[in-house]
Write a protein that binds this ligand. Sequence first.
Ligand code: AMP
Ligand code: GLY
Length: 422
Amino acid sequence: MKILIVGSGGREHALAWKISQSPRVKQVYIAPGNGGTCHSEKIKNISITDINDLADFAGEKNIYMTVVGPEVPLSNGIVDIFRSKNLKIFGPTKNAAKLESSKDFAKEFMVRNNIPTAKYSTFTDSSMAKLYVLKEQLPIVIKADGLAAGKGVVIAQTIEEAYNAIDDMIGDNKNLLKKVVIEEYLVGEEASFIVMSDGRNIFPLATSQDHKRLKDGDNGPNTGGMGAYSPASLVTPDLHRKIMKEVIIPTIEGMSKEGNIFTGFLYAGIMIGANGSDKWVKTLEFNCRMGDPETQPIMMRINSDFMDVLEHAINGTLDKAEIKWNEKVALGVVLAAYNYPEKPRIGDEITQLPTEKEDIMIFHAGTISSNETLKTNGGRVMCVTALGDSVKKAREKAYNTISKINFEGMQYRKDIGWRAIK
Ligand code: AMP
Ligand code: GLY
């Protein structure tokens, strides 16, 4: 069978790598792919990005199934287009993708369905938003309503920072459709909880923890994610059950009840906190796709054929799906370009990469390969991911590999996994 993967990041490289291991898969096409997805016979880059053209391609090439990585094509309706042409695709419809593409929609949905989340209010008017900030406690969280590649959230420590964020997002804006969500600041530890759903059945993937801030010790601006590991030991079996019961099941059931059936990967960003000895969970965000970089360690821990699960997902039989997880820890460190996340520079040459091994993979993201040279081509350049017997061991392997990689302006966190190690 032939599989099409849509996207160009590290997440898509990891998906392509895993899916291509299936003995049933003859060819994986990745559109558009990157400088790391063009070197194996089984994976081929396709330079198509328009979602209608992708549907034509899938039809012409007799693609068995398409898997979508990023949120933008999903919120532009790629699933609706493929389905209207009877092409198999795994992801949510445009309407269901609103769980990610509109923070306001997601918050209202959570309130309607009693899904725990931070207290909030939504504004289109900047003066009203500022009045609200004055009445609430600091720090306070200001979120742009639309898609922002993980960069639309400001945690304001002062009134001035909050006002600036509001002005940046909706100030002086004639576009009345623009909204800002202002939210109570939650104190706790985050985990990424990703499941697959066929609309009815839910299949949880391994847990993970991302590192959203640019700098060590979780400082600096929010990014798309600077590193991740799996499993997240913080999610104990009890908490796993609690998250399924309070967040995931009500979300899939609520979407269905509202006539907006959710199929695809559902990623809930969960804040876990404590009231004395009682743990609580609150939903920070929904993503309608897998996480990046969480996918990289998660894919490395799958010891069975991931196509089995994808087939159940597309056929509505996820209740029968099985997966074998590697007991080891996988940890990935993102190497980012100069000036990421502000305005990353592209075109820096990347020195020869160390050879990959079964337990160390270099998943590419913002890279481009031409005339035998590899150059940076985006903000997050690659994610070095290693398997080890513990977080510490996986981390050592990842950083050892990174010490052999170099490009001008390379930035990365030196402390991925610090919470687990602590
Ligand atoms: P979001 O895109 O909504 O997940 O926000 C990005 C990141 O901002 C989250 O992963 C958290 O680290 C942080 N964040 C978002 N909302 C809150 C909140 N209410 N309290 C504390 N941190 C938050
Ligand atoms: N790593 C966070 C995300 O994929 O949104």
